[in-house]
Design a protein. Sequence first.
Length: 438
Amino acid sequence: MNLKENLQFDKEHLWHPYAALKNTPARFLAKEAHGTTIETADGLHLIDAVSSWWCMAHGHNAPEIVEAIQKQSEKMCHVMFGGFTHEPAIELGEKLVNFLPQGLNRIFFADSGSIAVECAAKMAVQYQYAMGHPEKSKLVALKGGYHGDTAGAMALSDPDGMHVLFREIMPHHYFAERPNCRVDEPWDDTDFVSMEQTVAEHLHEIAAVICEPVFQGGNGMWLYNAGYLKRLRKLCDRYGILLILDEIASGFFRTGPRFAMEHAGILPDIMCIGKALTGGSITMAACVASEMVAETITNSKISAFMHGPTYMANPLACAAGIASLSLFENRDYPSAVKRIEARLKQNLAPLRSLENTADVRVCGAIGVLELKAKPSSDDILKVIRETGVWLRPFCNYVYTMPPLVTTEAEIDRICEAMKRIGECEPLPVVDGDDEFHE
Ligand SMILES: *Cc1c(COP(=O)(O)O)cnc(C)c1O
């Protein structure tokens, strides 16, 4: 099939994320991707300014990762993790124990971020059960949060976000207001009142609090003050409830430090990692518990943790994870992210004065241009073609989360493309039309 026929088949038969079949905007056919660049079948070379949905930390097809996958594939692509273990899982486990914040060292390998979140919620409930509190089976989450697309993870994401349609099939949890205090402003104690009240009011049924530390990604690209997390840790300790930090987007240097929790100097009881774990090469995530949580579950009547995906600890993904962690260990990403942050701040600050700008925010290798109204997808595509920069705005958020290997010259080009989108004619604002889909 030629390019046109390929794209036509795709439109008719293949569902894409948050997209309709058929009446969907034009799509690019990706042919190859290396470093920061994706090459399309019609000859474009696009800088991947969103790291292919935030996972491609080392750039596309890092040779170290490709080689690790190739080598492992010659020996064993997969084996069930029930009844077997294998060296790639053990080696990745060892590397993670060294790389993760101290004390977080009981690892459950999951096959995607959403599944890691499901596991975290189940672990929290199983922990409370083991503590003699079977009635504690609800979580508190934050408005404006995003934790994934499976039922359990949807139920913890913003209750008014893109999943409202499925409200009836989701378990019910409680929500506190989104922290309003910005990452770059002084902490204000009143910001914590909603969380304090929500937990106090429902304490008898609450197992844990879950949130994305500092960076709320998929539901609003919001960057909030780490002071919130310090208060949250104290609150959870006071009431004997667990703190789950979802570092799937914020982990692996994205906000500056290895993990965003380091901005607050706190540790969770359970954390979720994913996305950049394998450097964007193969799907893999993990739910990691503290020794205390793991021991409590293990010493209880139901000592097994009741979860077990078919592809758990897939050896190819583990091999990719090992190679990816070596890169995270050996490269000076903290300095690279500092350079990216400075460049983003310098380039994006002037965009505050655009007529259609609602807000500009930067933290680490995250730059967000929030618009008052979004432009048409045709206009966005035109900017992408003309600038050679791949951006994927959603709702009113035009953002970049570039690979951590992106050069300053490339950051300049990315920011120029964001500016061009900010200057496009905005569509009329229709009430209730918060579109998450294409
Ligand atoms: C992307 C994301 C998830 C879901 O991960 P998937 O691999 O897409 O299932 C969960 N939590 C956060 C914070 C995320 O950014």
